[in-house]
Design a protein around this ligand. Structure first.
Ligand code: SAM
Ligand code: SF4
Length: 448
């Protein structure tokens, strides 16, 4: 398709799920802007609506069908046809099934094929608009998606940006759909990542967050042998203020990467390292391939090298066969590690996964009760972590002006901090004295 200002169209993308989806949504938006599509804020104003879906938990899938129901209502009565697309992991997993259940859908494409969107949209518009036959494009392609995508754009570029370096997963935890929806573990090449980092820097980005399902499993896929610690070091030589990464797997942590938290100044002292459960029995049944003792050992080594490091994690409660005793072990781990932040989920049986077939599924009420108790424990941990910064000074990378004169940014430990300033300081690192804390954020005053 070619650009023509007279035929400018509206694009509405709604992202569900993880940061990888936010990244993919941004890339789709950037790609479509060179095909005459501008972002709009409502379905009613859109010519193309994309639901960028997540398949991790059952509720996430059900949300998509409710969303499609709402979209149907919102676009009924519109003169021009609104094209409805479903992208992301639900699209990858369900394919044609989606169209059968929700005939409103026109296009289905997955995380590995979204770079085909301009072409399939063109085919749909040429051939199908009246016939209303949906196009489903989810077969893993031969080409490298990233080399087909356009350069990163300046429009709306934030101070902090995601950069996907690794996709897919071969670990096959028994509860998880990712290996089935995002395919085998693949790493982008160092040169491709460096180019994208430089593109982001040229748009004003000051902090890059490297993304991957198991980001620390990254290795250079083309050319010189490099591991993830090498990648961090090389990117730290670019004109950037801060580097972060997520999500890491305990089995891919090594001494070299741990030492990076001491040796690479731009690498921020924050690590998202999910354990999932504190019980070794449950970890074994999840196929995580580490024990809670090994996990604690990794954290101890990290803290010996970087005592102030903030640890965050993911937890699943109510995995098949989880007893009260197993659950208590998860609560104990939270106390032991002193998490700065954590996500927690009720186990959700996923089709096609081994745990979904296990017989000893846990009653929904027990799962809800355990989740509530776990979240209370996590809140206490987060509050305790944040409280230690009261009356301390923190270096904050300022990201935005929330209301006139009020700004927010992130501390090195990823805490969100709010403060007042007479002049704009977006993109700067400023010193903030912390005056108030709660479990989710801090506020304070700027020091001049
Ligand atoms: N690769 C990362 C790891 O292994 O730590 C996690 C990636 S996964 C997309 C994000 C989180 O979703 C997991 O850490 C897990 O806590 C949660 N999750 C995955 N499958 C789930 C399921 N079936 N039910 C509940 N939570 C699930
Ligand atoms: Fe899913 Fe396990 Fe892979 Fe993480 S490591 S993406 S939880 S299969």
């Amino acid at each position: 398709m070619t650009s023509d200002k007279n035929t400018q169209k509206g694009l509405y993308i709604k992202n569900f799920g993880c940061q990888m989806n936010v990244y993919d949504g941004d890339r789709m938006q950037e790609m479509m802007s060179s095909h005459n599509y501008d972002s709009v804020n409502s379905v009613e104003d859109a010519d193309l609506v994309i639901l960028n879906t997540c398949h991790i938990r059952e509720k996430a899938t059900e949300k998509i069908y409710s969303e499609l129901g709402r979209i149907k209502k919102n676009i009924s009565g519109k003169k021009e046809k609104t094209i409805v697309a479903v992208a992301g992991c639900v699209a990858q997993a369900e394919g044609e099934e989606l169209v059968k259940r929700a005939p409103i859908i026109d296009l289905v494409f997955g995380p590995l094929t979204y770079h085909h969107l301009p072409d399939i949209l063109q085919s749909f518009e040429n051939d199908n608009l009246n016939k209303k036959k949906a196009i489903v494009d989810i077969e893993p392609p031969n080409e490298d998606k990233f080399t087909e995508l356009p350069k990163r754009l300046k429009d709306n570029r934030a101070i902090s940006a995601f950069l996907s370096v690794q996709e897919g997963c071969d670990k096959f935890c028994t509860f998880c759909v990712v290996p089935y929806t995002r395919g085998v573990e693949t790493s982008r090449s160092f040169l491709e990542i460096k180019d994208e980092a430089n593109e982001l820097i040229s748009t004003g980005v000051q902090e890059i967050i490297l993304l991957g399902q198991n980001v620390n499993a990254w290795s250079n896929s083309n050319g010189k042998k490099m591991d993830f610690a090498d990648l961090i070091y090389e990117l730290s030589l670019l004109d950037l203020k801060r580097i972060r990464f997520t999500t890491s797997h305990p089995n891919d942590m090594n001494h070299k990467l741990i030492s990076s938290f001491r040796d690479v100044e731009k690498l921020q002292p924050y690590l998202h390292l999910p354990i999932q459960s504190g019980s070794n029995k449950v970890l074994k049944n999840m196929n995580r391939n580490y024990s809670s003792e090994e996990y604690v050992e990794i954290i101890s080594e990290l803290k010996s090298i970087r005592p102030d490091i903030a640890i965050s994690g993911d937890f699943i409660v109510g995995f098949p066969g989880e007893t009260e005793d197993d659950f208590n072990k998860t609560e104990e781990i939270i106390k032991k590690i002193g998490y700065a932040h954590a996500y927690s989920f009720k186990y959700s049986p996923r089709p096609g996964t081994p745990a979904g077939q296990m017989e000893n599924q846990i009653d929904e009420k027990i799962k809800s009760n355990r989740l509530q108790r776990l979240q209370d424990e996590i809140k206490r941990s987060m509050y305790k972590y944040n409280k230690r910064f009261l009356n301390e000074n923190l270096q904050v990378l300022v990201e935005k002006e929330t209301t006139p004169g009020y700004f927010s940014g992130r501390s090195p430990y990823l805490q969100s901090i709010h403060f007042q300033s007479e002049s704009s300081c977006i993109g700067n690192i400023v010193d903030i004295k912390v005056l108030k804390v709660n479990e989710n954020s801090l506020s304070g005053e700027i020091l001049h």
